[in-house]
Design a protein around this ligand. Structure first.
Ligand SMILES: Nc1ncnc2c1ncn2[C@@H]1O[C@H](COP(=O)(O)OP(=O)(O)OP(=O)(O)O)[C@@H](O)[C@H]1O
Length: 474
């Protein structure tokens, strides 16, 4: 099977020496995996070629008959200023190098130099171009405020602005070869996001998900890389491993923040080298799949504390999206509720029930530590108990009251920090009656005027709340 072209837009190498062109192409392929190179031996043909073919960069010799490299450089910079030109010349003169750089060359190398520096410069240029293209695509998307492929996100129910912006970003980076890091609290929909990216890249390719939390290093290696027959006692069959299974599709590594230190080294090597050895095999295999990783751990903090490798962290967050918690996108609650009512009723072959109108109000007072997954579980529980008529709110109320801490403190729906920080008192301590008044007002606000829900938040009966409200207004 022929390996995919890299980079997807070809490099153009211009030199009158055919043997040099051939040897440079071989070196680029062997040492940098660059296998998409156009060669041109006649400098007079370059401008015509550029008019018909798109190239990502030009490697240009200087000493050539008919049209010299310096003359050609000026013409390229004038007509195609966006194409970077790296001069690769036999001329070892500082003045020539300075002149070329002044005239618009991006870099200058002597043919007798070792090729490592040249390759590093080509890689930097390609990376710079990739980021530029990504930037342009992002700008276009933000300006147009639309999605090219909304179908890929059909499974993610939302009308939140941040989620829409996240979808636009994902469309811009979907085809990048670099890994994608998806972070967010547990149950926010990270795997759904990863699947949407897979969809964007062409869902016909395989999707392979591996939860790496708690895998010891041997199991991690065997799961991902596979092994040759007889690699260890009990290895009676060859195992292809998950990377091979993912082919050119997506390899989703969940809970990456919990990856063991030894496995972090292996993952880093895989990403750096783009290939791996199945255990007991001497034949390297190519990584072709897109790697998408997810975690609810704060990886930046984790690497700062030394729990997660810094180099791997930077490699993984080439592209990064953070999925906001459900609490940060409360406007999605009614939509998600409706979606899960439909889904659960269908799964249990029941008629979709009519939910009481106070239900979204009640749920809006809750902080949902388990995010969308928790909401989904609540709905499924309620539907399983439901017989007919209007849906009962009992199962929802039970979860909410169980979530209330023993000391009666209510976890605020819109500010986790408030509870942690406690109440700040001014110099004059408010009286108990004043405090009670403030609490009642806050509960009524959060319950959007619904007395049953407000009473639940305050841990008193509806009648007791009603009495207090009457007192306040009398
Ligand atoms: N926006 C959404 N629309 C519809 N369903 C959703 C949405 N977000 C999450 N879900 C559902 O919630 C559940 C949890 O989602 P998912 O597994 O993607 O979360 P996660 O962030 O990957 O969780 P974890 O951190 O535990 O791995 C799934 O059943 C998923 O289908």
């Amino acid at each position: 099977m022929s390996s995919p072209k890299f980079p997807n837009i070809p490099l153009l190498s211009v030199d009158d020496e055919a043997a040099w062109l051939r040897s440079l192409s071989l070196t680029l392929k062997k040492d940098a995996g660059i296998n998409n190179v156009l060669r041109c031996e006649d400098s007079r043909e370059v401008m015509e070629l550029l008019a018909s073919v798109q190239v990502s960069m030009i490697l240009l010799d200087l000493t050539m008959p008919h049209l010299s490299g310096e003359e050609l450089l000026s013409m390229i910079v004038r007509d195609y200023p966006e194409i970077p030109v790296i001069v690769v010349s036999g001329v070892n003169q500082i003045e020539t190098a300075v002149r070329c750089m002044r005239n618009g060359a991006r870099d200058y190398f002597i043919k007798s130099d070792d090729t490592e520096r040249l390759i590093a410069s080509i890689e930097r240029t390609l990376e710079y171009q990739r980021l530029q293209q990504e930037n342009v695509r992002l700008k276009e998307r933000v300006l147009q405020d639309r999605l090219d492929n909304p179908g890929a996100f059909a499974g993610i129910v939302t009308r939140n602005r941040r989620m829409q912006a996240l979808f636009q970003y994902l469309e811009a980076v979907a085809h990048s070869p670099e890994p994608l890091l998806v972070t967010g609290e547990s149950g926010v929909g990270k795997e759904l996001v990863a699947r949407a990216v897979h969809e964007l890249r062409g869902a016909d390719e395989p999707w392979v998900a591996v939860n790496v939390a708690g895998l010891d290093d041997n199991v991690f290696s065997d799961t991902l890389f596979g092994h040759a027959k007889g690699a260890f006692t009990g290895a009676e069959q060859t195992r292809g491993g998950m990377i091979a299974k993912a082919g050119s599709g997506t390899l989703f590594l969940d809970e990456i923040g919990d990856l063991s230190a030894a496995s972090q080294v292996k993952l880093l090597r895989l990403l750096q080298e783009g290939e791996y050895y199945p255990l007991g095999s001497d034949y390297p295999q190519k990584l072709r799949a897109r790697i998408v990783v997810a975690t609810n751990v704060d990886l930046a903090a984790s690497q700062a504390k030394g729990h997660f490798r810094k180099d791997l962290y930077y490699r993984l967050c080439a592209h990064h999206v953070h999925v906001p918690s459900l609490q940060e996108r409360r406007e999605d609650l009614p939509l998600l509720l409706d979606h899960f009512f439909e889904e659960a009723a269908q799964a249990m072959s029941k008629k979709k029930p009519t939910p009481p109108s106070e239900l979204p109000v009640l749920l809006a007072t809750y902080h949902f530590p388990g995010n969308v997954r928790e909401l989904r579980a609540m709905v499924y529980d309620a539907i399983s108990l439901h017989e007919s008529g209007v849906l009962s709110m009992d199962s929802f109320k039970r979860v909410l009251s169980e979530a209330r801490p023993e000391n009666g403190q209510v976890s605020p729906a819109n500010s986790g920090q408030e509870a942690a920080a406690g109440v700040l008192f001014s110099e004059r301590l408010p009286t108990l009656a004043e405090n009670a008044e403030m609490l009642v007002a806050e509960a009524m606000k959060r319950a959007q005027g619904n007395q049953t829900i407000a009473a639940g938040l305050l841990g008193i009966t509806r009648q007791a709340l009603s009495k207090r409200l009457k007192k306040l207004t009398s």
